[in-house]
Design a protein around this ligand. Sequence first.
Ligand SMILES: *[C@@H]1O[C@H](CO)[C@@H](O)[C@H](O)[C@H]1NC(C)=O
Length: 433
Amino acid sequence: MAKARAHSSKRTTHHLLLAVSLSVSVLLPLLLPAAATAAVAVVEGDGEIKSALGAGRQWATGKDEVNLVEEGDTAGGGSVEEDDFAGGFGSLDSMLQWAIGNSDPEKLKEEAADVQKLSAGELLKRRQEIKELMEKLKMPSDADLMKIAIADLKNSSISLEDRQRALQELLVLVEPIDNANDLDKLGGLLPVIQELNNANAEIRTTSAWVLGTASQNNALVQNQILGYGALARLVKMGYSTSTEEAAKALYAISALIRNNVNGQEAFHSENGGAMLQHILVSNSVDARLQKKAVFLVTDLADFQLNSGNPQLPFLSDRLFLKSIVDMLSKFDLDLHEKVLLAIKSLLELSSTDVEDFEFYDLEGVLLRLGVQVEDLTPEDQKEFAGEVDGLRREVQTLFQQKLKQLQLLLSKLIEFDVDDINCDETKLSVQMS
Ligand SMILES: *[C@@H]1O[C@H](CO)[C@@H](O)[C@H](O)[C@H]1NC(C)=O
């Protein structure tokens, strides 16, 4: 993902660079004598539209043209490094500076002189051309585009289609991490969260999708969304009968609570475990959604294993474990693989009581699964079936190992209790005699 992000930002820079080099070669000779009157809006890096030339800033009379060129140089013009390109220009202004720095001052002078020979009518026409070119140059920044989409979301009178389109634009725009970080600053996070309550299921779905994308591997945005209390609504959406809505809610929840202790605590207090269990046990729920839920269980168990911090008691809840074991009775190799991985992680949790798994006959279920995989797998899936069966045996071994450990522990406790009793009896007999 980081690669894709870097790539796309570089590509944008190159496009901009190309556009600027082309435009500047046409514009600059025209601008030099005419600039005093041309007010040109420049898109700054922060997305603010400012009128750079109109704000009393004079672009070059013949006299300070040389100064301007030198300024361009010191501003990193001629000696600009490849690294600077990768980082992009902060503003259109800096791109112009760069282009000026890379121009030939003698040629500029000549062309400026040529322009001065033009008639008033021709000059006016050229000014018009400059204006049009500058309009084209005003390529909106991502922040500008985000502001437009956010303004649409905030507008209660736009159509449902426009609302959906605004969310879909944001979905693409928040993919790069810098834009995701800007979403709240630009006032966009709350309007997106509010769409989770829209009466239209499609709007709610896209809104959850935007939140998931923005918070993916991004602790800052995770905590902002958690701070606005969006998790409660997302957990409710996980119960939706629309597979798409429940799937996107689950996607957003996974992105929000992944590696985030606050998120996991909030998930627990919103009773997220019950929602997961609902997805696991419902026959009407789409298998893809069940796989996502099982995957989340494994992810949460692994986080708990690595952090040694039991935030999620439902992971060791007896009925929860039953719903996981029960999933092995369906025949779906892909699901089996995910469920086996989940059981493997759950067995490792110190909070899990291995006897619960024994109670639901994990041993027998695993044995039957082995026979089933052997007998029912179509020819073209044999290789994958072999992998799943390897995993099944691994889980079986781990389960037996955990059971032995428990029996050993129990027998120790019993010995200890017996000693204790003996000791008491001695005391008792001493007292008696
Ligand atoms: C809100 O949307 C309506 C309908 O598209 C539009 O006419 C109006 O100008 C918008 N209001 C604002 C403040 O953008």
